[in-house]
Design a protein around this ligand. Sequence first.
Ligand code: FAD
Length: 468
Amino acid sequence: GKGDVHGEVVVLGSGPGGYSAAFRAADLGKKVVLIERYSTLGGVCLNVGCIPSKALLHVAKVITDADEMGSHGVSFGKPKIDIDEVRAWKDSVVKQLTGGLNGLAKQRKVEVVNGYGKFTGPNMIEVEAEEGAKTVSFDQCIIAAGSEPVELPFIPHDDERVIDSTGALELKDIPKKMLILGGGIIGLEMACVYDALGSQITVVELMDQLMPGADKDVVKPLAARVGKRYDNILLKTKVTNVEAQKKGLKVTFEDEKGETSTDTFDKVLVSVGRRPNGKLIDAEKAGVAVDERGFIAVDHQQRTGLSHIFAIGDVVGQPMLAHKAVHEGKVAAEVAAGNARAFDARVIPSVAYTDPEVAWCGLTETEAKAQGVKYAKGVFPWAASGRALSNGRSEGMTKLLFDPEDDRVIGGAIVGTNAGDLISEVALAIEMGSDAVDLGHTIHPHPTLSETVNFAAEMFEGTITDLM
Ligand code: FAD
């Protein structure tokens, strides 16, 4: 029909995985078509994920930092928050980036087709566009359909006071009393934002610690800080019911002993995980297998069961992170273009951009113990870091795990200011096969927080005898 298009490589979904794949394939000389249901490119990450959350977390950090300057002799007074302007600023950051993607697509002659795409055969996608249905045929396809927030059956999700991360980032208002249902990275980042803006926060988490997945000792400084700031942190507790009432959302909690209690909130943020969009694209019509949960299995070259159809990003599995999606997208595009490439990353760093930040990569201590992996460790407490003390934020910690056979770095975790930036050195060390001496003998600039990686390696070697 009119407007039907053909791509040598067609990418379904324009999140970080999809646009990275599309751009790399185009750079390698392929005629590329990029299908996206929304009017802006960038997917969850740019529109309703990584970027808007970080813009708001920056606002939150400045508010709390300014407040805490009081104890260093400088007082700013109570902040005046214009919620409309905060929102506008956040939106402008998103717009700058998504707009930039349009330019990058044009530059590379990547054809963007807007509309909802579904497979109709092994070389065909039908796109439901505003101006009518379009057929997009392909030689090779890269599925980058991403994920969406999980909903719970006993929660009235249609009540506008029940929100997901997208709703939280919309920043409609500042609720007086807010429940964060799920103490993972996304929930805790949003808690951090709304706490700084003035909401009273309760966090409820099923597991026995916040941010399950990270080692308990690493999460501790964050838990200690938010424990003081928030109304309530309920661990080993589940929510069994949420009832929409006129005066608020009545929430029923059940603790590990089976005892129930209730409390009423102005808003409930449901942040209990994300589910892949694999079931929403009629993948079976192309012959691509999708598992019960909606994930698409791929090999080390990102190929699905069909050698001409690839899948990348959140839709192929955990961890659901933008940098993983980007890396996989580039691998898929290069393989599609005939290059010898495979996904062989040793580590995918995880970061919670909370205050303090929590970051880890490679093996965690919890995993090492569970898997019976022998390890040695070097730990450096930030209370002994001149820079952390000067920043007035000495509650951090840098921990490195080593293989006791050859002293190579096998894992690392950092909690403290800028931990997310600092973890890259540990990731590089693991990818390079560095050992404790490499990290301990590399001259790090003084006084920086990056020195703590150097010091943690020296602690392991036993060369630091007195702390600073
Ligand atoms: P997505 O970004 O989900 O993009 C998929 C795209 O495909 C979407 O635009 C969707 O509209 C489109 N699409 C899907 N199906 C179709 C279809 N049938 N037809 C047309 N278009 C379709 N990760 C980090 O690494 N760092 C962070 O700081 C971070 N913060 C986050 C904060 C929040 C609040 C959330 C929700 C997530 C965050 N993430 C973060 C996770 C990150 O956003 C995702 O891992 C990442 O976006 C996944 O990229 P993707 O390309 O796989 O898919």
